[in-house]
Design a protein around this ligand. Sequence first.
Ligand SMILES: NC(=O)c1ccc[n+]([C@@H]2O[C@H](COP(=O)([O-])OP(=O)(O)OC[C@H]3O[C@@H](n4cnc5c(N)ncnc54)[C@H](O)[C@@H]3O)[C@@H](O)[C@H]2O)c1
Ligand SMILES: [Zn+2]
Length: 355
Amino acid sequence: MEIKSVRISVGKGYDVSIGKNLLGSCGELIVKAVKPCRAAIITDSTVEKLFLVTVAESLRNAGFTVCAFSFPAGEQSKTIETLSAILEFLAENHLTRTDCVIALGGGVVGDIAGFAAGCYLRGIRYVQIPTTFLAAVDSSVGGKTGVDLRVGKNLAGMFIQPEAVVCDTDCLEQLPGEVFSDGAAEAIKTGILSGEQLFSLFENGDVKSSLTKIIETCVAFKGSIVETDQFENGLRKTLNLGHTIGHAIEKCSNYTISHGHAVAVGMAVIARAADRLGLSDPPVAPRIEKALIRNGLTVHTDFSAEELTAAALSDKKRAGDEITLVIPGGIGSCYLKTIPVTELNSVIKAGLEER
Ligand SMILES: NC(=O)c1ccc[n+]([C@@H]2O[C@H](COP(=O)([O-])OP(=O)(O)OC[C@H]3O[C@@H](n4cnc5c(N)ncnc54)[C@H](O)[C@@H]3O)[C@@H](O)[C@H]2O)c1
Ligand SMILES: [Zn+2]
């Protein structure tokens, strides 16, 4: 059994283990980072049925005392109410400062379980076991956790790094196609940011048989950025490629379009805008569109530039009369560009126009 290991050097640092057939021995990997203690597995109703028994048994075999909490699968569970129920569960099960939370699931589980670990007793340790492609390539690493508020997504949360991440690529085999594509969108984003090697896999390669390599590359790339900018004051903002417009699309659709699918359209729009406004060389949009479509994603939206601009500017996390966009100047050469908010509409318009 070959295991790839990527070290993320933030705080005291942690290892991301990636490979096939890891769930059954996750306890052995986790115990290297967290000595046997009480482990509260937090998961959702879908993942519970697929993997909870295997993970709980492996943790018990490694010496952990295990309890488990599950909530209904889906973004609609990423709320203060679910967070509250998890915190009560941790208290009822007598978890102490030396115990730990195990987040078993996709990005929703990872975000809410990480946040719960960060607030319970002012912070206990947690481990990520990502089971979606998106969680594997993106959300399980970097320490962003949180929940949605009624006013907007991810508006409450904290930065708190996990103790370890265990990613079993076999889990991804059971993912519905649409959910797999969500992860492909974030991985293609990393390809556009990091360069040809990763990007070309999505452009021409065999994605399904390269999962370990893709996840390893994405995690290492994100890790290198988070190591220099843990709290997103500068460089980490480049990870938001496609996200200004992507978040606007999510919002305009009343969150019926998922994060990855919206970010895919966001990347296509900003790539076409970059080409048409002379911000890229050579043109990037044809290649980016091809990679997205080939991996089950769309590159067009029916929302108007005005609708998207209004949604982007109402983003509760945005401040001031300027907005910073990530411009795909080329594959592997993206850069930040701050523009007055009054120019956003024309940038989006350039990216929407049919030619
Ligand atoms: N923290 C971060 O840095 C970060 C980054 C990107 C996205 N996110 C967040 O991640 C969330 C989206 O994550 P997601 O796409 O993983 O969604 P998700 O966690 O809702 O998972 C999608 C669906 O797949 C199911 N599922 C999970 N694993 C499965 C498996 N192995 N087989 C079959 N079904 C499985 C889930 O039960 C769910 O129904 C959003 O809330 C987003 O805000 C966070
Ligand atoms: Zn994202």
